[in-house]
Design a protein around this ligand. Structure first.
Ligand code: MCN
Length: 758
């Protein structure tokens, strides 16, 4: 079929999900599997004096493994993170636990319930140690998690320029702090894993993951196996939001499957997920912005203090992305970034939707509003004075990113026009003048983010079946994003087939030769591009084969993309459809000739951008904040499927709003999780999220033939600062200059009442 790209094609996978026919790890039928239960420390920081598992072991059909029994050492990290290996996480804690959730024992039982009962019979003699949960405390090194290192600092990047170098000539300078609070990824499906070993010693692991091929490598490396002896299958996955991927729980499970020769399965409860799966964000950013009084910003500085949690992992790398994106959408001549990453007695920090980039946007967009306030300018005007202009691209910022293409002022214009900015400001003024108890806040954010940040390549293979249908194998992985539809659309358009005739295989390392999986909103621009490239190469092959079969010159063969039929140009009567071509080749035992494998490599990352405008109403008597409108321009270049893109933005904006107003993972002073379930964690429901107004903007990237950039995280990145700025804006008459996120009712009420006016 021609012109499929850009059509609002309904998601092919949805009927399966809606009818409860999704196949998740937890509903896979494994006969005779043992259930794995992890016994976790309830204490944030303690020495383990002893573990008594004798009563648990005495239970029928119960096996118990402690650190002494598990023949795995520590999980090494990629060397680029530069973490001292003494900080690596042990699979099972032996002498010390460093967060409430650290694994102290693994239990195998015939039923899940028996595992939970046995866990109660594991007696650990903990000698409690002082805990530190706030990175601002941890950096003082008064309570140290790894005494042999003498410091909690896991990574440090000192400032490159002095304050004098940066702000020396500035007429005005404003300082502030942005706390990007700790968030839980909260996918609908918590983690789940199963593994078994066949008669030849080959291990198969079924994982609720985002990265099956990378997981295969990780399992093989940790278990000392050859990757070809490991198969990872990622079945349907109910969301990951950046946090899912190979973790200690999965590796332990695989080790236990090999050790016992039995199929082992594990599924996390929500409360286990809340304490055991990596959290995201957790940065404190002190910023300074300076320039001339006409609004022009000349220098910007960010001192990032990032919380790595108990065992530094990917979270220690993410501040580098934050630093790289410090310039935002602005042409700032001088930028300074310093990073300090510290360990705390909390759950490890990893990726969460946006992973390092939202924090940069949150800081620079808050800084821009404070800068506008200092100069008495409108927040939109001050942004206009500083935008990188459309003819500046490709543009390299002072913080070291090279943006491919953009029109930031265009995005701001669109969002302001669509929202009716002037009318909103007039209404705001009216309420202020009247001393209305419900004040209006208008918040802007203009953002740029980075997708396919590591500039990776991706695998794609297309083959034609004997019925003339197409099968795409992709190294990308879809854990909710809808690749079964969008990738099929890319293939269908090129091959002139209906979308229903293209099926997509992903996530099984025995079925798909290689792959990198999905994170950093990179799938469409590399995995989708690989699918397109493979389809085009296949089309060329098909044209030559048709030419051969109907005795014509390959140069004369054209594809009628509406009909899915090849014929000689100008002579449609003689030709072959995909079905006829496939049947002819199949008859001759040559069907495999209708297949192509390829890899697509982008030259560089792409930089989606956009502008968001939030309108909030703050009840000044109660502090309650309600979002009245959220208008979003998110430019992802060429959009493959607008329904899917809308869904991505809606979900993304909801996550962004959640950070601005509701969610925060919290610990008591001694490190007890106080938001260990959805009872305490303020995960918003649909009732709190407004109807999101999307405004179209399309600036294709030159970096791939599709012209597509990522959209999976854009909504999150754009939304948070718009909503955050809106709440502060509403409180301007009360002299409030800042309010930390989540700007919930309690914080707003305190801010209003602390200002001395009611
Ligand atoms: N798309 C499109 N046109 C574009 C770009 C994307 O139609 N120009 C479509 C894609 O084909 C795909 C979806 O939008 O179906 C998202 O594509 P893309 O931006 O390429 O991102 P990825 O597929 O790589 O998804 C990853 C991204 C990330 S990093 C997180 S976190 C995230 C997200 O997507 N987690 C999600 N969206 C999620 N959506 C769901 N339902 N669940 C998650 O866990």
């Amino acid at each position: 079929m021609a012109n499929v790209i850009g059509q609002r094609v309904r998601r092919k996978e949805d009927p399966r999900f809606l009818k409860g026919e999704g196949r998740y790890v937890d509903n896979m039928p494994f006969d005779d599997a043992l259930y794995l239960t992890y016994v976790r420390s309830p204490i944030a920081h303690a020495r383990i004096n002893s573990i008594d598992v004798s009563q648990a072991r005495a239970l029928p059909n119960t096996q118990v493994f402690t650190a002494d029994d598990v023949e795995l050492d520590k999980q090494p990290l990629p060397p680029f993170m530069g973490i001292d290996e003494r900080m690596y996480r042990p699979f099972v804690a032996k002498d010390t636990v460093r967060f409430a959730g650290d694994i102290v024992a693994c239990i195998l039982t015939e039923t899940k319930e028996a595992g939970e009962d046995a866990a109660e019979m594991v007696f650990v003699d903990y000698e409690q140690l002082p805990a530190v949960t706030d990175p601002r405390e941890a950096v003082k090194d008064e309570v140290v998690l790894f005494p042999e290192l003498g410091t909690n600092v896991a990574a440090k990047r000192p400032p490159e320029q002095s304050d004098e170098d940066l702000f020396g000539g500035c007429e005005a300078v404003v300082e502030g702090t942005l706390v990007s609070q700790r968030m839980a990824s909260s996918a609908l499906e918590p983690r789940a894993a199963a593994a078994s070993v066949d008669g030849n010693g080959k291990l198969t692991a079924w994982l609720s993951t985002q990265t099956p091929h990378q997981d295969r490598e990780g399992i093989a490396a940790n278990l000392g196996m050859e990757p070809q002896n490991v198969r990872v299958v990622g079945p349907d996955v109910g969301g990951g939001f950046g946090a899912k991927g190979l973790k200690v729980e999965d590796i332990l499970l695989c080790w236990l499957a090999r050790k016992t020769g039995r199929t082992i399965r594990w599924v996390e409860s929500r409360s286990e997920n809340m304490v055991a799966l990596d959290h995201g964000r957790a940065m404190v950013i002190d910023f300074k912005i300076g320039g001339s009084r006409d609004g022009k910003v000349e220098a910007f500085r960010m001192d990032i203090l990032s919380d790595a949690g108990a065992y530094p992992g990917l979270g220690s790398f993410l501040p580098n992305l934050t630093g790289m994106m410090a310039s935002g959408v602005y042409k700032i001549p001088k930028i300074g970034v310093a990073v300090t990453t510290v360990t705390t007695n909390t759950t490890t920090i990893g990726a969460f939707r946006g992973a390092g980039r939202p924090e940069a946007t949150q800081a620079v967009e808050r800084a821009m509003d404070m800068w506008a306030d200092e100069l008495g300018m409108d927040p939109a005007e001050v942004r206009r004075v500083n935008f990188i202009q459309p003819d500046d691209f490709p543009f390299t910022t002072a913080s070291g990113a090279t943006y491919d293409i953009g029109d930031y002022e265009g995005a701001l214009d669109k969002v302001m026009q669509s929202a009716g900015y002037d009318d909103l400001r007039a209404e705001q003024q009216r309420r202020r003048d009247n001393g209305d108890s419900k004040q209006l806040g208008i918040g802007l954010s203009v953002y740029v983010e980075i997708t396919n940040g590591l500039g990776e390549s991706e695998f794609g293979a297309v083959r034609i079946t004997k019925d003339g249908e197409a099968v795409l194998r992709t190294g990308s992985f879809s854990h909710g994003q809808g690749h079964e539809t969008t990738f099929a659309m890319i293939v269908a358009e090129r091959l002139g087939m209906p979308v229903e005739k293209v099926s997509v295989i992903k996530g099984d390392t025995d079925e798909v030769a290689r792959g990198t999986g999905t994170y950093g909103s990179k799938s469409t621009q590399i995995g989708g591009a690989a699918a397109g490239q493979a389809s085009e190469e296949l089309l060329e092959k098909a044209r030559r084969l048709v030419a051969d079969l109907i005795e014509a010159s390959p140069d004369d063969i054209v594809l009628d993309a509406q009909q899915g039929r090849f014929h000689v140009a100008g002579a449609p009567q003689s030709g072959l459809s995909w079905g006829e071509l496939a049947a002819r080749l199949d008859n001759d035992g040559r069907l495999q000739e209708l297949s192509v494998e390829t890899d697509f490599k982008a030259d560089a990352p792409s930089f989606p951008f956009g502008a968001h405008l939030a309108v909030v109403e703050v009840d000044t008597e109660t502090g309650a904040v309600q979002i009245l409108r959220h208008v979003a321009v998110d430019d992802a270049g060429t959009v493959i499927n607008p329904i899917v893109a809308d869904g991505q933005v809606h979900g993304g904006v909801a996550t962004g709003i959640a950070q601005a107003l509701y969610e925060e993972v919290m610990y008591s002073e001694d490190g007890n999780p106080v938001t260990g379930s959805f009872v305490g964690y303020a995960f918003p429901s649909a009732a709190e999220i407004p109807s999101i107004e999307r405004v179209e903007m399309v600036t294709p990237t030159p970096l791939n033939p599709l012209g597509a950039k990522g959209i999976g995280e854009s909504g999150t990145i754009g939304a948070t600062p718009a909503v955050h700025n809106a709440v502060v804006d509403a409180l301007k008459p009360y002299g409030v200059k800042n309010i930390d996120m989540p700007a919930n009712g309690e914080r707003v009420w305190n801010a209003i009442n602390g200002s001395g006016r009611e």
